[in-house]
Write a protein that binds this ligand. Sequence first.
Ligand code: M6P
Ligand code: ZN
Length: 187
Amino acid sequence: ALPVPPMSIRFDQGAGTLSPEGPTLTRRMSDLEGLFRDSEAWAAAVADGDPIVYSVVSSPVPEIDRELPQSITTIQPGTTAGELWMTKGHQHPNHQGEIYLCISGHGGLLMFDGTETRWVDMTPGTIGYMPPGWAHRSINVGDEPYSFLAVYPGGAGHDYGWVLEHGMGQRVLAGADGLDFVNYVEG
Ligand code: M6P
Ligand code: ZN
């Protein structure tokens, strides 16, 4: 990836696009293998149309050291066997920080350092801070799409295996009376 000049970047909320744009990513249910508590319900959702769970549009700022890339993630509302739709979640291999700014909808930021979990409620205007060493996953807890801006060091990277190996400490289910937080392993 080549360096880019100083620039402004516009987000079109209606279209969900950035201009100028960089890579975009669409994650369907099949991309979230091994992450939902109920793997049979996950497989049934994959078989039944494999819905889009979230998309990530990026600016053209490259993911290389000393650059500061940004992306906007939009998670659709939904549940799989009660578990709220979410991102895969990842750890930064070299333990670097990151911020999220909620743009629209209602979400939550689940963080896990291997021992403790933390939850940040995300409504428009909220900035969630992920310190170095805290794996992070975003969850749509509302009934409309949840969108947030991410800003992160270009060399941060994405370690998805860490989450498959360690989990995220907690899972977030849609309860009759709000959110239900359950232990990751035994659910
Ligand atoms: C945010 C940032 C991105 C990340 C995306 C989706 O936009 O943290 O770096 O890729 O969320 O999350 P995940 O990579 O866990 O699927
Ligand atoms: Zn990250």
